[in-house]
Design a protein around this ligand. Structure first.
Ligand SMILES: *Cc1c(COP(=O)(O)O)cnc(C)c1O
Length: 498
């Protein structure tokens, strides 16, 4: 049995920076003033001048460097060990893409630089767009949306406008219950009536049930494929034909594209519009709430409504096309999160078509390996083969010892891994959703499985230990509810709680 990466550890205690403060201590020395000092109280109106100095720590450079380095050791990261957070695709991202995004010519380019001086950046965006269209089989693309949910919002706004232009405004959006939660939220935010349809016992969309609710008022069906159970929707084309027959559009949530790329084309499934989470599938690190990319690809019928400007090529030069009268307008300042676009472009060029296909195959292989190794010990609510992720439940542990999915997830931290996604998808009670990703080497997938199996043993032997985990972290089990309702966000609040 392989050893979990978290069994031995070193926890570096660390006081708050404010607690390390010594009056007068500083991290850098400025040269002596060579101009007359200004009396701030006289130079500025009274309302602009602080009555009290700000509460800022006074520390030296080495204290700052150590403080943040020590704190970083309390956290999990993809550079430390596997991060099997289902649905989130926490894959390892090549350092090379980071280098590319930080090249001076990209990172330092002003967003208002004239087109003639930004040909490289515009050319990159154009080429990335073409690459995404090749992966999806669709016709037109915008790189503006800043994340997956933002891509959904943009796509459904376009659907709404397209139907209004056609003289056929609609009120209904239909969503299978295995869709991501952002799908019904997007539809509701766009003012649509959302009807959720229960899936079949095998975890796939129930086409007969969909047929019953899809009528002439349907604007769109929003379908996550593979869905949030990790199951491919084999009848998606049938659903698309049904919706198209009623004059509506098919929105595919493409966040799980890492299971499909190179293997099949969403356009061939009858999809009219889909977003791609560049930060999941195409190599921007995420998880700390940093910038993302929700590129949106559409079929010809929706192209006129794309946000403006679009990057176009004219006689070998790249330009921003604002002359798009039917556009829904801008959805983000400038052209999207440009650094994310550079990483995605670098990723596509490194991988090439064969590399993308191989990545999809490895993502599916790793997930199915986890499934095969854990299925004797953890309940599999759906027996249907899955693609890039696998959803277990805590049923056995809960029935026998009252141990929940949260307990198992917390105990995994002691074994050196990030917890899996818990309690999602909502259609699985006590869900444990594992997505190992294609970038985990075999030994790492093995160690992850070993940790889950050891926890299953522990549940039998010493359930209290699992229920009170984690035990090897700087901070133990938190009161999640209290942390969310009464967050302590400032040094003053913290001092008050002590
Ligand atoms: C992550 C995810 C989203 C939302 O994407 P964000 O970039 O987090 O806004 C939507 N659908 C699915 C299936 C996802 O996994």
């Amino acid at each position: 049995m392989s050893r979990s990466p978290g069994r031995q550890g070193r926890l570096l205690a660390e006081p708050l920076l404010c607690e390390q403060s010594v009056p007068g201590r500083r991290g850098l020395d400025l040269p002596a003033l060579d101009v007359d000092p200004v009396d701030v109280g006289k130079a500025w109106p009274a309302v602009c001048v602080r009555a009290q100095p700000p509460v800022l720590p006074e520390v030296s450079e080495v204290e700052v460097a150590r403080h943040y380095t020590r704190l970083s050791t309390w956290n999990h990261s993809i550079d430390l060990a596997a991060y099997p957070l289902g649905s989130c695709t926490m894959k390892y991202n090549p350092r090379l893409n980071e280098w590319a995004a930080r090249l001076d010519g990209f990172a330092g380019l002003h967003p208002y630089a004239p087109e003639a001086l930004a040909q490289g950046a515009l050319g990159l965006m154009h080429a990335l767009g073409q690459g995404l269209l090749a992966v999806t089989g669709l016709d037109s693309v915008t790189l503006q949306p800043a994340a997956g949910a933002h891509g959904e919002l943009t796509g459904i706004m376009m659907v709404r406008k397209a139907l209004a232009e056609r003289g056929s405004p609609r009120s209904l959006v239909v969503v299978p219950d295995s869709a991501h939660g952002t799908n019904p939220a997007t539809a509701a935010l766009n003012g649509f009536r959302v009807v959720t349809v229960a899936s079949c016992p095998d975890g796939t969309a129930d086409v007969e049930a969909l047929r019953k609710v899809i009528d002439d008022s349907v604007a769109a069906v929003m379908i996550t494929n593979p869905n949030t159970l990790g199951v491919f929707e084999p009848r998606i084309k049938e659903v698309a034909d049904l919706v198209h027959g009623k004059g509506g559009f098919v929105y595919m949530d493409g966040a799980n594209l890492n299971a499909l790329m190179g293997k099949t084309l969403p356009a061939a499934m009858g999809v009219d519009v889909m977003h791609i989470n560049l930060h999941k599938t195409m190599s921007t690190p995420h998880g700390g709430g940093g910038p993302g990319g929700g590129a949106l690809c559409v079929a010809e019928a929706l192209a006129p409504y794309l946000p403006r400007p679009l990057v176009v090529e004219r006689n070998g030069r790249y330009a921003l096309d604002y002359d798009r009268p039917l556009s829904i307008g801008r959805v983000r300042s400038f052209y999207g999160n440009f650094g994310v676009l550079v990483r995605a472009y670098a990723y596509l060029r490194e991988m090439g078509a064969p590399g993308l296909t191989r990545a999809a195959e490895l993502a599916v292989l790793n997930a199915n390996y986890v499934r095969a190794r854990l299925k004797e010990r953890y309940e599999l609510p759906y027996a249907t083969p899955t693609l890039h992720e696998v959803v277990f439940s805590d049923k056995r542990q809960k029935d026998s010892k009252g141990v929940t999915n949260i307990d198992v997830a917390k105990r995994l931290i002691d074994h050196g891994f990030h917890p899996p996604t818990v309690s999602f998808p909502l259609i699985v009670h006590g869900a444990l959703m594992i997505e190992p990703c294609e970038t985990e080497p075999p030994a790492s997938v093995e160690a992850l499985c070993d940790a889950f199996l050891q926890i299953a043993d522990e549940v039998e032997r010493d359930p209290d230990k699992v229920k009170s985990a984690p035990h090897t972290t700087m901070i133990g089990r938190l009161d999640d509810v209290r942390a969310a309702r009464q967050p302590v966000l400032t040094y003053r609040d913290l001092a008050a709680t002590k």
